[in-house]
Design a protein around this ligand. Structure first.
Ligand SMILES: [Zn+2]
Ligand SMILES: [Zn+2]
Length: 133
């Protein structure tokens, strides 16, 4: 089902829109995601790059590209992380920056085997110790 989804950073300098549905919503609890997202885990969903566009403030983004070609784009004013890029293309979007109900639910938690000692996992979620085969 196609749907219009929008998102923005916390200072609203950067805004985007896309045509859904989003897919593969997941939360990763690895030590790298904890630091990059400054949280207990990342929460992202994949998007088709051709269905995505920045509607405001693309020039206000800055990025950090880590190992293996994956990088994150964040607002240089407020620091909100909006997207994950792979080899220069939008790959995933952070669920936390989406407006309203993006019509997707996290369907799996990955790298729970290396989650922080202080995180208590909710019961009943689909969780994998590492990346599922
Ligand atoms: Zn911002
Ligand atoms: Zn991770």
């Amino acid at each position: 089902m196609a749907s219009q989804i929008t998102g923005s950073c916390s200072c609203e300098a950067v805004k985007y829109s896309l045509v859904g549905p989003l897919k593969d919503a997941r939360s990763c609890h690895c030590s790298m995601c904890r630091r990059i997202f400054a949280a207990q885990a990342s929460a992202c969903a994949e998007v088709d790059a051709e269905k995505f566009s920045w509607i405001q403030g693309e020039d206000q983004l800055t990025s950090y590209v880590g190992e293996r070609g994956y990088g994150v784009q964040f607002c240089k004013h407020c620091g909100s992380t909006l997207s994950i890029v792979y080899n220069g293309f939008i790959h995933s979007l952070t669920l936390g920056c989406m407006d309203g109900d993006p019509k997707v639910e996290i369907d799996r938690h990955i790298f729970v085997g290396s989650k922080a000692s202080w995180e208590v996992m909710p019961e009943g979620v689909t969780a994998f110790e590492e990346y599922p085969e």
